[in-house]
Write a protein that binds this ligand. Structure first.
Ligand code: SAH
Length: 457
């Protein structure tokens, strides 16, 4: 450290790619110096040109693959290189899983100082067509309708009619709307001057029932030829639960607006996880990979090891799915979540499933957890599933003050997980198991479930 980097800007070098960054870029070393090479995979020998240079690392442009890795595969999707959705389709699935395990292991060591075993990632037997939700922008170019995805780092819409990680019914829903627009001549949205009508199509499909909810996001309330639109979509898509118009008049990147009109059927689908049913509307939060959600929650349940006598806290509970999943095996579950609409959904989900030992509190964990503690709440098991930035120190402190027997940390970001585990480790807990679960095959996302136990003094 402190010495001069062994490479200069614009220099073209040859290097062997050894690992993956958390963003899915190949990582190699040149004279011990770290280089990130987007588009390369572990096992490649490449030629790359240095394009930006920092003190401890550089980024380089892939110029040539001199010797390809044996883990390289041809991407399933023709748009793989333009689309920002998947980062790892050019890497064989078993190797994706192996690399994700290494990322968790190395991040826990580097950031958390924790040299502990990480279990092999629980992957999908069939890692395609797993997304239950599609959000597809619509636009036009030279009079032709375009629907697909925004090109990497831009708002240019690239046409795509088949996404290999998307549930086929969601692809069909988008195709049906595309056809309906072409037939009715309804205008698509133009972002540049905020004109036109159809902005996005959102489709959500239930694995349990096979039904699909189709949401048409419009710029403006007036939707001409509604009946024809509904008729065409229904004739081209089996099992439509409902068709909803969502009005979003605002400029900007938010997909959904505040107002909704049900054009046909009902404004939600019903999904099943184990023996529980969940209502999912346009806006509800629900994990996008239904099959792996069950794998994840089963792991949480296994780590919770409930006997029926415990009070369980579910922090960052979203629509209460983990709370309800554990409720039948617990004495009582307490969910905390900052978005009031999600808490309303959680209460509704409890009602639908006739679960009476679950309570839900709307509020930030930072304030709500200490407030509940002051009221005398105690926890035997705490589950925390925070967003990418992890838990605030006040939340970690409140958790350890409650002295639960077990803490189960569900994380979508190994870096903040490592930071938070370090803190919990310094406050009376020991990490017992680290189990990554692949919630998003072919993307660089890494999800991890960690079990911590209290160290008895
Ligand atoms: N456990 C849920 C959802 C986890 S996503 C599931 O499996 O479906 C993380 C959740 O944390 C989101 O619902 C988000 O709204 C919520 N959240 C973000 N910051 C929060 C905070 N400070 N306090 C409480 N909840 C928060």
């Amino acid at each position: 450290m402190g010495s001069k980097p062994p490479v200069r800007k614009n220099q073209e070098i040859q290097l062997h790619i050894e690992g993956l960054s958390h963003e899915g870029e190949g990582v190699g070393r040149f004279d011990g110096f770290t280089l990130f090479v987007p588009g390369s995979v572990p096992g490649d020998t490449v030629s790359a040109r240095v394009i930006s240079l920092q003190k401890t690392y550089a980024r380089a442009l892939l110029m040539e693959i001199i010797r390809p890795s044996t883990h390289r595969v041809i991407p399933e999707c023709a748009s793989h290189h333009e689309c920002g959705g998947c980062q790892l389709q050019h890497l064989a699935y078993p190797e994706q899983l192996r690399q994700k395990q290494i990322i968790v292991k190395e991040t826990l060591l580097r950031i958390g100082g924790l040299d502990i075993p990480v279990l092999p990632v629980l992957g999908m037997p069939e890692p395609w067509r797993y997304r239950n939700k599609a959000q597809v922008p619509f636009g036009s170019e030279g009079g032709a309708i375009k629907a697909g995805f925004f090109a990497r780092r831009s708002h240019t819409i690239v046409d795509l009619d088949r996404c290999p990680i998307q549930h086929p019914a969601n692809d069909r829903a988008v195709a049906a709307v595309r056809f309906a627009l072409a037939t009715t001549g309804l205008p698509v949205y133009n972002e540049a001057d905020h004109s036109g009508l159809l902005r996005y199509v959102l489709a959500r499909t239930s694995l349990a029932t096979g039904e699909t909810l189709v949401v048409l996001v419009t710029n403006g309330r007036n939707l001409p030829r509604k009946e024809t639109l509904v008729e065409i979509i229904r004739s081209r898509l089996a099992n439509v639960a409902g068709i909803v118009q969502n009005i979003n008049n605002r400029r900007g990147n938010a997909i959904l607006g505040p107002e909704e009109i049900t054009l046909y059927g009902r404004p939600y689908i019903t999904e099943q996880l184990g023996d529980l049913s969940f209502r999912i509307s346009a806006r509800s939060f629900f994990q996008v990979n239904t099959i792996q959600t069950k794998v994840l929650y089963d792991k949480v349940a296994e780590y919770a090891a409930l006997t029926g006598r415990e009070t369980v806290f579910d922090l960052y509970c979203g629509t209460g799915t983990i709370s309800l999943y554990l409720s039948r095996r617990a004495h009582r579950v307490v969910g905390v979540e900052s978005i009031p609409e999600a808490i309303a959904d959680a209460k509704e989900n409890a009602r639908i499933n006739q679960i009476f030992n679950a309570e839900f509190h709307a509020g930030r964990a930072e304030e709500t957890l200490p407030a509940l503690c002051r009221k005398g709440y105690r926890a035997d098991v705490v589950v925390a599933d925070p967003p990418r930035k992890g838990c605030d120190p006040t939340v970690l402190k409140a958790i350890t003050n409650m002295q639960p027997d077990r803490i189960i940390y569900v994380s979508c970001n190994p870096a903040t997980l490592a930071r938070d585990l370090k803190s919990l480790t310094q406050n009376g807990y020991i990490t017992t198991s680290v189990q990554p679960v692949d919630m998003f095959p072919h993307t660089s996302h890494v999800e991890t479930v960690v079990l911590m136990s209290r160290v008895d003094k």
